[in-house]
Design a protein around this ligand. Structure first.
Ligand code: SF4
Length: 200
């Protein structure tokens, strides 16, 4: 019989490959939505709606952390003060989201917890793994630590094929600004390379 696992999911596209691989491993995933980091509110709703639509087609239950939207205030107090200190900020953000997911897992009788953050090459993996283990263990849960990053291109391909909405930043306003700055830097580098070729 498949073993239940609660999967903290950051969005629909990042859930595709973890869910498929967990099922291959003999788990039956249920998804936990615990993402008060996502800004603005319209983006929060869009990602949740995308996840719910896809999960319904897969027959996967999605459990929302109670008052997750209202927890945005908690995120502002616990995470936002770290500003553009990415490691400190993401550490606090993972801790907030995984703690709520772990509480939900414990309250609903799950024994095992994991997170789709482990599929994204843009996350801080060591930090995320460390927190997953610490937070799950503190609640008597098993932490399922996986590195699904090699499956990220396939997740992207499948999301495109399914027509799922794919965001271009992690979730908070800081990550939106960082992603925008990276796109501008990449564009400027391409322009500089073209100019150098033209002059050669
Ligand atoms: S970049 Fe992502 S993980 Fe880090 S603080 Fe922002 S929303 Fe949270």
């Amino acid at each position: 019989m498949a073993k239940p696992v609660l999967v903290h999911a950051c969005c629909g596209p990042c859930s595709l490959e973890p869910v498929r691989l967990l099922r291959e491993e003999g788990f039956e995933p249920t998804i936990a939505w615990s993402n008060p980091n996502i800004q603005p509110q319209a983006e929060y709703e869009r990602r949740l709606e995308t996840l719910l639509g896809w999960a319904a087609t897969e027959g996967i239950d999605v459990l929302e952390v109670p008052d997750d939207r209202a927890r945005a205030e908690l995120w502002e107090r616990a995470v936002a003060p770290h500003g553009f200190d990415r490691e400190a900020r993401c550490r606090a953000c993972y801790a907030l989201r995984l703690s709520a997911a772990a509480d939900l897992a414990r309250d609903r009788g799950f024994e095992t917890l994991t997170t789709t953050l482990a599929v994204s090459p843009y996350q801080l993996h060591e930090v995320c793994d460390e927190l997953l283990v610490r937070i799950a263990t503190s609640r008597g849960l098993e932490a399922l630590v996986r590195d699904w990053r090699p499956r990220y291109p396939e997740a992207t391909r499948r999301a495109r094929e399914l027509g799922l909405y794919r965001q271009n930043y992690c979730g908070c306003r800081f990550s939106a600004a960082e992603a925008q700055a990276e796109r501008i830097a990449a564009r400027d580098a391409r322009k500089a390379a073209r100019h150098a070729l033209d002059r050669a």
